[in-house]
Design a binder for this molecule. Structure first.
Ligand SMILES: Nc1ncnc2c1ncn2[C@@H]1O[C@H](COP(=O)(O)OP(=O)(O)O)[C@@H](O)[C@H]1O
Ligand SMILES: [Mg+2]
Length: 450
């Protein structure tokens, strides 16, 4: 027998007591959210025989640091950890499974499973699609003894991140769609000042939060959900910028833009009607392709009679591999993918020009940028892109999965902009130095004139 004495603060007690279908605990940093989540799930496992619980974070690293190690300590002698399944098994048949959803589709592995309780840590790091997919597995499982238990989800969250908008809509703005019941959503705001443990043992932490740049301080210290700007491209409008595919004029100039990566290859096909418009009409979006396979797919997807002037590609494709001495460019060229050009990778300038394209229209109102609806990933990822929290004019590079398609589009646009042949001048304005490496060097590192 081990006795654990818990001393939750007032907000944590409210979190423990909530039986709403969806309870979010959050706001600022250091409020004791992760502790509350962990502890709540353990209490449920101990109190309800056979309950199945899923605890999620976005990445495996975060999960281990934030929950696995503290849980191993807390549950020593109480539950057994089975590392192959990443789960704690309790003698009463209850189970806490630890999971992560690094990629958008990782969430699908839980479909078909049943968990009475799902804990989503740092919910704003998850997309709305992931959240909705998880609600489908939030149901009574066969193991649970008490069949009257109402399945529920618990969330912790800070403002900012890819899921800022859906979390804010459901729990802060309380702006519901017809199929959503307002009573299902409960929000408990926590601030670092509520965390007596931290205030007593580590009061300097508040000083650290105080020293943050203003926007971040507002969000992280006071839990201000309006302090963060939401979408990086609020200009993107599905109705305005997308259309059903139509036949392209064969005289229009066509080219491709490629962001190659083994984790994800994104290639876009673009057409120029000659009136200032740019049309993205086809995409390849696939993970796990080695360079030669990517080249082959790109060629296979291009009809024989379609003339492609050039393919602008991320400059790292020209890096030589140490083992073979060959670059991605060499391999792709050998595979028959000709006329590859190094993209201008000036990030901040590139995003700025892309914004002008999204805002722009011809005198008759036709938008400057049109995306065919078959370019599903480009259309999915553009509105998900967020502001970098540290370099104000840049887009965040996390979650990494959503950056590939927008980056390919940025290369495409920059290849049409002779007015911007050089990277932007050194960026000095809004670079914050708080515990994150600066990213603006990218503007120079990879840029090679052509
Ligand atoms: N009620 C509590 N009893 C003991 N320690 C606590 C309690 N609440 C929070 N803590 C500790 O305070 C620190 C910050 O809490 P944490 O849950 O990580 O905050 P957050 O996730 O909100 O940033 C951690 O070391 C955590 O273990
Ligand atoms: Mg936490």
């Amino acid at each position: 027998m081990r006795e654990i004495i818990l001393t939750p603060n007032e907000k944590q007690v409210r979190f423990f007591e909530s039986t709403a279908k969806y309870t979010a605990y959050g706001g600022a940093r250091g409020g004791g959210k992760s502790w509350a989540m962990r502890t709540k799930l353990v209490l449920l496992a101990l109190n309800y025989k056979g309950i199945q619980i899923l605890l999620l974070r976005r990445t495996l690293g975060e999960l281990r640091e934030n929950h696995l190690f503290p849980l191993l300590k807390m549950l020593k002698g109480i539950a057994t950890y089975v590392s192959t399944d990443k789960e704690f098994r309790f003698p009463n048949g209850s189970r806490i499974k630890l999971g992560y959803c690094d990629n958008e589709n990782d969430v699908l592995q839980y479909q078909g499973q049943a968990y009475e309780v799902i804990g989503m840590e740092e919910a704003t790091h998850f997309t709305e699609r992931q959240f909705l997919a998880l609600t489908e597995c939030n149901r009574i499982s066969g193991n649970m003894e008490d069949k009257t238990f109402k399945p529920r989800m618990y969330f912790t969250c800070n403002p900012g991140g890819v899921g800022h908008d859906w979390v804010k809509r459901l729990f802060i703005d309380r702006n519901y769609r017809p199929n959503e019941n307002p009573e299902d959503y409960c929000f408990i705001k926590s601030l670092v000042f509520d965390n007596h443990f931290l205030m007593k043992h580590n009061p300097e932490y508040v000083q650290t939060l105080m020293a943050l740049p203003e926007q971040r301080r507002k969000a992280m210290l006071y839990g201000d959900w309006n302090a963060f700007e939401g979408a990086f491209f609020p200009e993107f409008d599905y109705e305005k910028h997308t259309c059903e595919p139509f036949p392209l004029d064969k005289n229009w100039i066509k080219f491709r833009a490629l962001d190659y990566g083994l984790d994800m290859t994104c290639c876009l096909w673009l057409a120029l009607p000659g009136d200032g418009r740019l049309i993205a009409y086809r995409e390849l979006y696939e993970s796990g392709l080695i360079i030669s396979e990517a080249a082959k797919k790109i060629l296979d997807l291009t009809p024989k009679n379609e003339v492609i002037r050039y393919t602008t590609a991320s400059p790292d494709l020209w890096n030589r591999r140490q083992d073979s001495g060959k670059s991605g460019f060499d391999i792709m060229t050998a595979c028959g993918l000709k006329f590859l050009q190094k993209a201008n990778n000036a990030r901040i300038t590139g995003w700025r020009v892309m914004r002008e394209y999204l805002r722009g229209s011809l005198p008759d109102g036709t938008p400057k940028l049109t995306i065919f609806r078959n370019c599903k990933n480009l259309i999915r990822c553009l509105p998900l892109l967020r502001f970098d929290e540290y370099v104000k004019e840049d887009a965040a590079d996390t979650p990494h999965e959503i950056t590939h398609a927008p980056e390919a589009l940025r290369y495409a646009i920059m290849s049409r902009e002779p007015a911007y042949p050089k990277p932007a001048p050194p960026f000095t304005g809004s670079v914050y130095t708080f515990d994150k490496p600066k990213k603006e060097e990218d503007d120079y590192e990879d840029y090679i004139e052509y």
